[in-house]
Design a protein around this ligand. Structure first.
Ligand code: NAD
Ligand code: LMR
Length: 306
């Protein structure tokens, strides 16, 4: 299993590290445009191999896509991150050009690749990857919901004063401060609805904290987060590589599902060796449907800028 990660910055390197530590891929290629940067990150990571006990071979490349040839999965993290006070949508001017050229180069060298798009604004960048490559829809996946759901579970565990392994929850919708739709109605603590333990007001606070999860970290760090994003990407890569058939909320091209078409937005999907093997349509309440529709309108507005 060969995995390429484009962008050896904060998220790309974190993602490569988690993939290696989980030890399911034979090879990870890191690629960046900064001279020597990906090679340096790859060497540093390889020097953790004996310490962390993995055999995955990590190599680096400065803009040489021939090194990525034959990749089964490629992750696109290249692009600028936001600074405090910015929205993800404001990154579109620079990141659209980067994602466009990177996606085309990846597919040129690995025609059978499954693409995972991370660069922001992620839903629009995922849609752009479709426009540029024309790959079948099962082979282009946007990562946002897996991260947002992890943050939702973190906030739920905090409110419930429970171990995180005891809570479950999912966030669908666009990966944006306003567009996320945390499904508080379906959140549970060990199969018991979270609403049995938490007031409506406290659940609403969990929802609000989840939606601004990325912005909160950006304010604290001066740039956006990388550990949880890297871990979330590695989870998707592993589900595909190991044909796990796990459900994750991912940004995918919709064609009538959830009453939405011609956009990529986060909904639950089954991930396996063929990428997105199924879009799972769950019954949403009227309020959740309205939130998802509002979120879709926001994503479409951003899509109109590419
Ligand atoms: N979807 C998500 O959930 C999520 C989570 C975190 C970050 N992000 C996004 O991921 C992107 C990367 O974030 P980061 O913190 O790693 O940024 P970063 O600045 O640390 O790393 C980005 C890297 O991309 C490289 N790069 C730029 N143009 C390139 C090109 N044409 N080809 C190859 N490499 C190129 C840069 O040299 C840099 O090393 C940002 O757009 C950020 O908003 C998305
Ligand atoms: O918040 C950001 O800009 C980065 C990323 O989308 C995140 O949610 O951490």
């Amino acid at each position: 299993m060969k995995v390429t990660v484009v962008g050896a910055g904060a998220v790309g390197a974190s993602c490569a590290e988690y993939i290696a530590i989980k030890d399911f891929a034979s090879e990870v290629v890191l690629l960046d445009i900064k001279e020597g940067y990906a090679e340096g990150k790859a060497m540093d990571l390889m020097q953790t191999a004996s310490l962390n006990g993995f055999d995955t071979k990590i190599t680096g490349s400065t803009s040489d896509y021939s090194k990525t040839a034959g990749s089964d999965i490629a992750v696109i993290t290249s692009g600028i991150p936001r600074k405090p006070g910015m929205t993800r949508e404001e990154l579109i001017g620079i990141n659209a050009g980067i994602v466009k050229s990177v996606a085309a180069s990846l597919v040129e060298h690995s025609p059978n690749v499954i693409l995972i798009v991370v660069s922001n604004p992620m839903d629009t960048m995922t849609y752009l990857a479709h426009k540029v490559t024309g790959l079948p829809k099962n082979r282009i996946i946007g990562m946002g919901g897996a991260l947002d759901s992890a943050r939702f579970k973190y906030r739920l565990a905090e409110a419930l004063e429970a171990p995180i392994s005891d809570v479950d929850g999912m966030v669908i919708g666009g990966h944006s401060d306003k567009g996320m739709v945390p499904l508080t109605r379906l959140a549970t603590r060990n199969s018991v609805p979270a609403s049995e333990f938490l007031s409506e007001e406290r659940l609403q606070q969990v929802l609000e904290d989840t939606k601004v999860g990325g912005a909160t970290l950006t304010k604290l760090l001066g740039t956006s987060a990388w550990y949880a994003p890297g871990a979330a990407v590695s989870g998707l890569v592993q589900a595909i590589a190991c044909d796990q058939k796990k459900i994750f909320p991912c940004s995918t091209l919709l064609d009538g599902e959830y009453g939405l078409s011609d956009l990529c937005i986060g909904v639950p999907v089954v991930l396996g060796r063929n990428g997105i093997e199924k879009i799972v349509e769950i019954n949403l309440s009227d309020a959740e449907k309205a939130h998802l529709e509002e979120s879709a309108a926001g994503v479409k507005k951003t899509n109109s800028l590419i």
